[in-house]
Design a protein around this ligand. Structure first.
Ligand code: SF4
Length: 435
């Protein structure tokens, strides 16, 4: 069979690199970065090379399988057809919702839903069809504060500004490690190459992180920060900008007086005591951001998954706004996606507290509850208790708080269907279909 070249997008992470794959029938001959891909520009990482191993992995599931045997017995699995699998899953979901209530079927969506075209185009439809208030995802252990702040500041949860890394003069990264991840929200395939370009045009990278990460190791300046104190640190930068008259927001910005009042107690000295970063360094960073021709402050997951994560995300946005760096070249810009889910109204602007979790009364955000409540919603008896779970591209036993407890809870479900690879999501006592 003749060799052929296929151009695909790597779906292993959010960077979505373009790949050039040479195939010979079912065999993969080579995997390279696609030089003409406008975003990844030929970049490829070792994970993409390993796609070949996934393709030929004898353990790879090629058909749905159903668990056999009594709860508690050792698991055995039988392959079944797609039609049978769809019928079984639909029958069980509908049956459990009819017997109990809609909320008796829980949903968990893992991170890969965000970099899968199929999940992006069809996943939301499935969630809307099941229509359960017991919907959870990786969002609540990741970027939920970003979405909440975007909704409150800009009017839509997905108006998420990201650094214009290819044009900025000063990049300030907080709690993020794109040298390892190639970005998240800020999608930057080939971050090392883009950093070299930033430097070659005279730009600088400043990193704030409690760890000496791969990104911190290549930064011009790295400030170690005490974990959980990013909000203190960022509020002190805002205070300095205002106190030293560096504020130059766009004409449409209002509410500066309220911000001035709110940040007044957060002096650099107070932030230094909390964060461990010297007051002089805080003031110096505020000045650098203010006088740079362009600058972008980007606070990511490390600044989100903490007690004051929402304040930290608001403060990072406020710095970009106050210094005139919001939505301008070289600053933090809104994206122009191929499918404009905001402009076309495909996803709602967001809402908070429309309902609360049954057991602890935690507020929903945009239709989902914090995943830290998932285990208790399964194990606590009463109306609305979760009896079945639909898990799509996620492994919450490994990736969410108190995973062991969640694993035990999953074992008590009447039914679970999962599209994932890890055995950790398959507790020994529940009946599932997986594919
Ligand atoms: S960074 Fe690696 S894993 Fe992520 S999309 Fe690019 S090639 Fe794939």
């Amino acid at each position: 069979m003749a060799e052929a070249t296929r151009y695909i997008t790597c779906v292993l992470c959010e960077a979505n690199c373009g790949l050039e794959v040479t195939v010979d029938g079912p065999m993969i001959r080579s995997i390279k970065g696609h030089q003409d891909d406008p975003l990844s520009r030929g970049h490829i990482c070792p994970k993409a090379i390993a796609l070949q191993d996934l393709h030929t992995d004898p353990d790879r599931l090629r058909t749905p399988i159903r668990r056999l045997g009594e709860p508690g017995a050792e698991a055995t699995w039988e392959p079944i057809g797609w039609d049978e699998a769809f019928d079984l899953v639909a029958e069980r979901i509908v049956g459990i919702q009819q017997e109990h209530c809609r909320d008796a079927v829980g949903i968990y969506l893992g991170n890969p839903n965000i970099h899968s075209l199929g999940a992006l185009t069809h996943g939301l439809g499935l969630v809307r069809t099941i229509k359960s208030r017991n919907t959870f995802s990786a969002t609540s252990v990741d970027q939920l504060p970003h979405q909440l702040v975007a909704m409150l500041l800009y009017g839509h949860q997905f108006l998420l500004p990201v650094p214009d890394i290819d044009r900025t003069d000063l990049l300030v990264l907080i709690g993020t490690n794109p040298m390892a991840s190639n970005g998240s929200l800020m999608t930057v395939p080939d971050f090392p190459g883009r950093l070299r370009e930033l430097r070659s045009r005279g730009g600088k990278l400043i990193v704030i992180d409690p760890r000496r990460t791969e990104t911190a190791a290549v930064a011009d300046t790295h400030h170690f920060i005490r974990p959980g104190t990013d909000a203190h640190f960022l509020l002190a930068i805002i205070r300095t900008l205002l106190a030293e008259n560096f504020s130059r927001p766009a004409a449409y910005v209002d509410g500066i007086g309220a911000v001035r009042d709110a940040v007044e107690p957060f002096t650099p000295e107070r932030a230094a005591a909390a964060s461990g970063i010297p007051a002089e360094a805080i003031v110096d960073l505020a000045r650098q951001i203010a006088i740079a021709p362009s600058a972008a402050v980007h606070a990511r997951m490390g600044a989100s998954t903490q007690a004051y994560g929402t304040v930290a995300q608001w403060a990072a946005q406020a710095i970009n706004i106050l210094t005139g760096n919001i939505d301008r070249p070289g600053g933090a810009m809104l994206t122009s996606p191929a499918i404009d889910i905001v402009g076309k109204g495909l996803v709602g602007k967001g809402h908070l507290g429309a309902w609360r979790s049954r057991v602890r009364g935690l507020p929903e955000f945009s239709g989902e509850l914090p995943v830290s409540a998932l285990a208790e919603e399964i194990t606590t008896p009463g109306p609305g208790q979760i009896r079945a779970l639909v898990c799509i591209a996620g492994n919450p036993v490994s990736s969410t708080p108190a995973g062991g407890r969640l694993g035990d809870a999953l074992a008590g479900l009447d039914f679970m269907v999962i599209r994932a690879r890890s055995q950790e999501c398959f507790p020994p006592q529940s009946r599932e279909v997986k594919s």
